[in-house]
Design a protein around this ligand. Sequence first.
Ligand SMILES: Nc1ncnc2c1ncn2[C@@H]1O[C@H](COP(=O)(O)OP(=O)(O)OP(=O)(O)O)[C@@H](O)[C@H]1O
Length: 266
Amino acid sequence: MKLSAQNLCWSAGSLDIVRDVSFDVAPGEFLGIIGPNGSGKSTLLSMLAGIRKPLSGQVLMGGQPIRSIGSREVARKLAFVEQQAETAERITARQAVELGRTPYLGPLSGWSVEDDAIVDGALENVDMVDKAERHWHHLSGGERQRLHIGRALAQQPQVLLLDEPTNHLDIGHQIDLLDLVRRQDLTVVAALHDLNHAAMFCDRIAIMDHGRLSAIGAPEQVLTSDMISSVFGVDAIVAPDEDGVCHVRFRPNGRKRVISRKDDLT
Ligand SMILES: Nc1ncnc2c1ncn2[C@@H]1O[C@H](COP(=O)(O)OP(=O)(O)OP(=O)(O)O)[C@@H](O)[C@H]1O
C-alpha cells in the first residue's frame, strides 16, 4: 500500500519541528529515515501514523487521507512501533503479541484458531516462542522490543512504521529484525541511527536535518561523505563493500575537527 507525506508541517509553539516534508513510499518499499537527534524523525513518524495531527499538509494511505479513515480501519492497515512503546505490565509475552489482533475482534468476530496461528507465527518471527509465557516485567529491554515488533506483525498491516526498532537489540537480533522486516511484503518506514544498517536494508533513505527533508534517494545516492559531514558533523569515508552495498567508515576525529574549525572562527 502506498503511503504519501504531503507538505507536512508541525510546530511546538514558535518552534518549527517538521518543515514542509513531502515524499511517497511505494507499496512494498522500505524507506529508512536518518538524521541527528532532534531532527524531527519521531514527529514525522507520528504524523505518518495518524497519531499527531499535522499543522498543515496531509498523509495519504492508499491514496486516501489518513484522517478520513476510521481508527479501527487504520489499525488493520498500519502498525506503528514507537520508540518508548510501553505495555501494561501484568501480561505475558504472548498476550502482548495477542494485542495485535485487537482491530480484528468484535462482538461478531471473537478470538479464533486463526488468531492463535497468527500470534504463533509472529512469536516465531521475533524469536520469542520459548519465552511466550514469561511475564512482561521479567523480560529484558531487547525481548520487549522484539515483542513490540511481534505485536505489530500480528496486526497483519500493509504499512509498518518503526521508530528506532533496533534499540536495545544485540547485533544478531538487530540484523535478524531488519532482515525480517525487509522480507515482509510491507510498505515500511523506519527511523534508524545506524547508517550502515540503513544502507544494507533500505531501498531508499530520507535524511532529516533540522525538521527538513534534506535528501531522499537510494543509499548510494544520499550516503555521501559530504552529507555525513554537513548533517552529522562527522568525517566519514563512504565506499561500496564487496557486495556493492555502500559502507560508511567513520573517522574518530571528525566531530572534534568540526568543532575546532568553528572555534577558529570565533
Ligand atoms: N510536544 C513537543 N513539545 C515541544 N517540543 C517537542 C515536542 N515534541 C517534539 N519536540 C521537539 O522536537 C524536536 C524533534 O523531536 P523528535 O523526537 O521528532 O526528534 P528525533 O529526530 O526523533 O530525535 P531522536 O533521534 O533523538 O529520537 C526535538 O527538539 C524535541 O524536543
